[in-house]
Structure formats: C-alpha cells, structure tokens
Design a binder for this molecule. Sequence first.
Ligand code: ZN
Length: 292
Amino acid sequence: MEPVIVRNSILTHEHVLVDFIGADQASPSRYNADEVFAAARPKLEAARKYGCRRLLECTPAFLGRDPRLLVRLQEATGVELWTNTGLYAAANHKFLPAFAKTESPLALAKRWIAEWRNGVDGVKPRFIKIGVNNAPLHELDRKVVEAGAIASLETGLTIACHTSGGGPAAEATMEILAARKVPLHKYVWVHAQNEKSNQYFETAARAGAWVSFDGLSEKSDERHWQAYFWMLNAGLLQRMLLSHDSGWYRVGEPGGGRFNGYTYVYEKFLPRVPAEFRELLMVTNPVKAFGD
Ligand SMILES: [Zn+2]
C-alpha cells in the first residue's frame, strides 16, 4: 500500500509534550524546551509532507501545556498547532491543581474564558480539553464538565473530553452538557475506541456528538478498522474523528523517551479508505467539530 496525501488534513488529537508528574510539581523548569523542539520538529515535518496543515495539541494545563513551544514549532514546520484551555480530572484527579478542588464550576469556567480572551502566553486556546474518570462521575469530574459547559456557551469553543470510563462515562458527560443546554455538536467523546459496545457510538452520534477514535497505531489498527467500518455501515461517518493520540516528549525520561510520530494514518490506515471518506474524516469533520 502506498501512503496517501490528504491536503489540508487535520489531526484532532495529538501531543507534543506530556509530563505525568502531577499538578503540584508540573513546571516548564522540568524540561529543556530546545530539546523538545528538536524532538518534535521532524515528526511534524513528516506529517506536513502528507498534507497535515493543523494538529490539535491536547495536553492540558498541569500536564505540560506549553503554548510558547507550540508557536515555535508552528513557525518552524508550517503545521498549525492549536492549544487548549480546561482541566483534566481523569487519572483520579492527580492533574487537578488545588484551586480546582475548592472553586465552583463558574469560577473555573471564568478562568478558561479569561484564557480564551487574553490568551495563554500570548496564544489563544482554540478548544476546551477536559478529562473524566468512570461513571458514575465523581463530583470533581462533574465539576470540570459543568465548567466546560459554561465556558463553551460563552466562547463557542468545542469541548474535547478524555473519557477513561467508555460509553457510560460519555453518556454521563452528555447528560450534564444537555442539562446546561450545550448543543452536543460541541462535544467530542475522546477515546471512544476503548468502548467495546459499538451501540454507544450510535447513541452519541445520533445525539449529535463527535465520536473520536484516536489512539490509532499499528497495535490498535484492527479496533480502529472495525470502528470505522461500523460507523460507515451505520451511516455515521459524518460524526467520526480519527487521530493517533501520539507523540510525545516524555518529561522525566532521558531525551524525552520514544517520540512516536503522526503519520500512521496516512501510511497505513487511509490508503484502505476511499478518497471521499479520507476527505470527510481528515478535513471536513475536524473543521465542523472544532472550527477553522
Ligand atoms: Zn491524548
């Protein structure tokens, strides 16, 4: 199979840098930005060759979000890098700063709206990234979803929500959003491929949500292929997103550890997909989901 070029394609869930140390210790002083730059640059250039024009960098604050570094990489590679606002409650709240535990949803949302208005290190976040654990959702999980709802209604930004708990957690998230009158086309169910029961995809997609099969790699190829085919047969490809959840420079590992690239989709997955659906999955849907 020959790799395919998809002009103006968008990778909706990737990472340049992640630091898993925890919210209380995460800091740019824990890594050398030049070293991360050097590691990420060739990976972005490789994706650019296949037509990638934009990559949504999904690393939240307190996990290594570094908009300044993203701007440098964008200027060097020609791949637009979008950063985010929000907070990640998954991993049992290890990445929530102390203020998130005491403040109200509205107070958190005000912080995110302010980031959107004023920028983070001079860069405007282009989407909201949050994360939740298993259903039934913990009070702190519910809080970040509520905050996401308030911020989305104010800013128009789409909410991409990491979902550790599969379909039931996605449903619980959608219930909160719906109660807040957030249109579900502003919600992206991240890591849908981890849900075994395809029926949840249908429920979410028919409700208008985006079903994101990220985490595409050689290892997950079969699951992704099944999911793609299932969505195709259900007539739901127009609600599907596809990405690698790949990268990244691992803070704390020598040289950043193994930095996986962003090209599998072009080299191995899309060559099996008809051209019209390549365009739908990699250009049309990402723009509809997140704006342009
Ligand atoms: Zn991710």
